[in-house]
Each structure stands twice: as structure tokens, then as C-alpha cells.
Write a protein that binds this ligand. Sequence first.
Ligand code: KPL
Length: 306
Amino acid sequence: MTSHWILGPGAIGRLLAHSLSPFTDATLIGRRTLPEHQRLTTPEGEERTQRLATVTVAELASHPLPSPGCVHITTKAMAAETALASIADMIPPTIPLVLWQNGFLAQPRLTDRWPGPVLCATTTQGAYLTGSDGVVHAGRGPTFIGDLNNQHGELAEVMTQALTQANFAATAVSDIRQRLWQKLAVNAAINPLVALNGVRNGELRSDAYAVRVEAVIAEAAAILEQESIAPPAGGKGEDAWLALVWQVVENTANNKASMLQDVEAKRPTERGAILGPLIESAERHGLACRELTKLNSELAKLEAAF
Ligand code: KPL
């Protein structure tokens, strides 16, 4: 993979740019100007400053760059399509895309609409921004890459090799749809509740919240079964989903979930990409989704007051 454009200078976008830049040509693209000198704090606490190639969409329109080998879209889920539209006439429509969004909203839409190959990535790398010139790589975690129709296995291999070489460990997989939905289920059980109540993940273990976590999982397990999404590692139905959710709550007890960070910053949340596909599927299959719908309306109400 010769050169990478990274569209969306959030935490994962900047982490990718820091990782790829010493090894290959990587350009970070945003709507606003970013300082060229960017700081990375590693999980070991080491601080490094790197000069990254940064450019705004407006600068790119007036001073076009040579076409990249691929475009990583690292915006929030609901911004992915607009972000791609902002650069679409600057790149050939055959360029491979890599989608890094949570949930399952941008992935099926762009897979249907973009003429070139569309890879989807799901990552457990932990990272957060510290202002316009810093990102903290809080924890390492695996990344999986594949495409929804399993037509681009070789490209997924090339992409994961490029990332792994850059110390961003990634594996090509043939079950990315399963993995995206599994992450979505965990996010649906944790993110809306912590965001609405302003609590860290670990607090969901208290009785008042645990009942709602269980209600979400009861609805989600039935929906996932209809979507042919297997329960996690060898388990069965609702119990396996619950065990996974409680494990993630335990592992991330001290975390402020991404949706809580959005609410605190008065940014729109990813509810449409996380709760949306579950509610839409429940309606399609005639399944109950009272708790999911309630969470979605509560979040909508909260966001309307920003
Ligand atoms: O993925 C997460 C998020 O914050 O979006 C979890 C797993 C809930 C960890 O906080």
C-alpha cells in the first residue's frame, strides 16, 4: 500500500497517522487546520512529537495531491458519508476505503454505494485526544479487517500487513460482519446507559443499572439471532451475550465510554449507528425493542437540549 489518506483527525485517525508516518506516506485530512507537530503519548507513558502531513479538505480542493493508495475514514459513524462526499471528486472511485466506524450504519451503506473495494475495521485500541496537537494511546488492542461480502480478502491481507508493519497490529478476517455486530451489541448495552447517567462503565454493575443492561441484552440477543450473528465464543444466546457485556464492563470499569465523552462535550452521539440497526432489525423481524427504543428517545431528548 503506497500511500494512505486518513480522513477524520479524531483519536484513531491520529493514532493511525502517527503509526504509519515513519513507514509510509500518510496524510491526515480534516475540516480545520491542525498543527503539523503532533504529540503521541504511548501506552508506556513515553511522549513523542512527530511532524505529520496534515491538510484541510479546502486546501486539498485548491491544491490537489496525487491520488492515494487507499483512504481510511476515521470520523464518527454519522459523519462518514459526508466526509467521503467532501473528497470524492478528488479521488478515482476505484480507490479502496477502510471504514473505522462503530456500529453498523456507514459500513453497509458505503459498501453498496462506493464503486471501489470497501474494507471495514473494528479495533479495541484505546486512544483519546488531548487538544488539537496531542493523542494518548491509552491501551493496545487487536484490530480486525475484512469486507462485508468477502470479496477482498487479498486486499485485507495487504492492508493488515501495512498496519502491522507500522506497529498497529491488525489481522485480516472473513467474519467482519459478525465482529461489527458483536461490538455493536456490547456498545448498545453499555454506551447509552453510561451516557444518560453520566457514570463510568463499572457503575453499571449496581442493581439500578444492571436491570436495564439485562433488558437491553434480552432484546438484542433475539435480534442478533435473527441477523445470524453467533453469540460470543462457544456460548448460548442471551447468557453468552450477558457474560461478554459484564466482562467488558469489568475490563473497562474505569473508562468513560465514548458516548459519555460525546454527551459531556455536547456532541451528537453515535446512537443512530449503535441502537439504530438493532431497532430497525427488530421492526423488520417483528421483535420487541421497548428498552432499545426508550434509550434511543432518551438520548435524542438529551441531544436536543445541547
Ligand atoms: O467501546 C467502548 C466505548 O466506549 O465506545 C466500550 C467498550 C464501551 C468501552 O468504553
